[in-house]
Design a protein around this ligand. Structure first.
Ligand code: PLP
Length: 393
């Protein structure tokens, strides 16, 4: 065995000893309120990003099928060579219209959108002021960029101001934040962030991956939720969560910014175009969201019901008014044990531990979906109650 491989093996063994191993479970059905596992068991699903239940929506699937006849399967090209079809331009236009922005550029994932953002816009004369709990893709995007980095405490506006003050002399200042923080379900304080940005002549970038499609009265995202539509300069997001759940990402915002990304953003220039069927079906997804507000209403009804009931049984949960409701166990092993017991009762939940969350902050992150019924939710809560009792928590 080559020496290097021994090191990798040891690292995996250490991860296992610490109870931090991540195991994939195999699903044999489409994504939905219930899924079937490889061993044949059917479980209620509480850990998908399928907030609006569109991952297996018949109209969306029909659109994707139509697309294969109209646009083919794949383009074998990046956008600027020969990977742009009318459907890509239509989706960009539709999304700009949906978000109320000047223009939009598509990527094959939001990880790429964030990876190709910062280094394109900023150089060593500039500064990024970034929330400490931002998604890994924002962190990696920042790493690729020569701008000075200033990390502020999660959603702490006093600390953000202090960091803006420190960064005052930079040529460009860009504040970067998740719209909804994926591990705690906290909504970024965009009103104050935009006010501070105005005061310090800074740009605002919001990653709406966990909010586009359902946060805000008409699902436009956290800018709408916080009443700052038109004041956020850059919105990034994914089609891989509420917006259909397939894959793909985008950056949307001011024309000058999107224009420059089309010239220089590396994942856009050097990675293959979004598959046409995903682009075509994403247009349908936006149509559905625009025309049927009852889906997001159902999502928030479910969220409210679950939050109420889970608190009644005395579990330590974070409830920030979003469909992400983590059950806090703190201890890695307890979180794993709880997830395992919940699975045995037929509820699919996952324990989150380091490095996805800080050490000592292990949890089960539950996520609500419009696809769940009231009965599903009551069943899930009853299972949590039983497991809590069995584990003596
Ligand atoms: C999920 C997520 C991403 C990654 O999106 P993909 O399209 O799956 O690459 C980026 N940012 C945030 C905040 C996310 O939650």
């Amino acid at each position: 065995m080559k020496t290097a491989l021994k090191y990798f093996k040891e690292t995996c063994e250490t991860i296992e000893k610490e109870g931090l191993t991540k195991n994939e479970k195999i699903i044999t059905t489409p994504q939905g309120a219930k899924v079937q596992l490889a061993d044949g068991r059917e479980v209620v699903n509480m850990c998908a990003n399928n907030y609006l239940g569109l991952g297996n929506n018949p109209e969306v699937i029909k659109s994707a099928k139509e697309s294969y006849d109209k646009y083919g399967y794949g383009l074998s090209s990046v956008r600027f060579i020969c990977g742009t079809q009318s459907v890509h331009k239509e989706l960009e236009k539709k999304l700009s219209n949906f978000l109320g922005t000047d223009d939009t550029i598509l990527y094959s994932s939001c990880f790429d959108a964030n990876g190709g953002l910062f280094e394109t816009l900023l150089n060593d004369q500039d500064a990024i002021i970034t929330d400490e709990l931002n998604h890994a893709s924002i962190i990696d995007g920042c790493r690729l960029c020569k701008a000075k980095k200033f990390r502020y405490k999660n959603n702490d506006m006093q600390d953000l101001r202090a960091k803006l003050e420190e960064a005052k002399d930079a040529r460009i200042k860009l504040i970067a934040t998740d719209g909804v923080f994926s591990m705690d379900g906290i909504v970024a304080n965009l009103k104050e962030i935009c006010d501070l940005a105005d005061e310090y002549d800074a740009l605002v970038m919001v990653d709406d991956s966990h909010s586009a499609g359902f946060m805000g009265a008409t699902g436009r995202g956290t800018a709408e939720h916080c009443g700052v539509q038109g004041r956020v300069d850059i919105i990034t997001g994914t089609f891989g969560k509420a917006l259909g759940g397939a894959s793909g990402g985008f950056t949307s915002g001011r024309r000058e910014i999107i224009d420059l990304l089309r010239q220089r953003s590396r994942p856009y220039l050097f990675s293959n175009t979004l598959a046409p069927a995903v682009a075509y079906a994403s247009i349908k997804v936006l149509d559905i969201i625009e025309n049927d507000l009852s889906i997001r209403e159902k999502l928030f009804e479910n969220t409210k019901l679950f939050a109420e009931k889970i608190k009644e049984i005395g579990l330590d949960v974070l409830d920030n008014g979003t469909p992400i409701i983590p059950v806090m166990l703190y201890d890695e092993h307890k979180a794993v044990e709880m997830a395992k017991r919940m699975m045995e009762k037929g509820v699919y939940v996952v324990a989150f531990s380091y490095p996805v969350v800080p050490r000592g902050k292990a949890r089960i992150r539950t996520q609500l979906s419009a696809a769940l019924s009231k009965e599903d939710i009551l069943y899930i809560v009853e299972c949590f109650r039983q497991v809590k009792e069995e584990m003596g928590l």
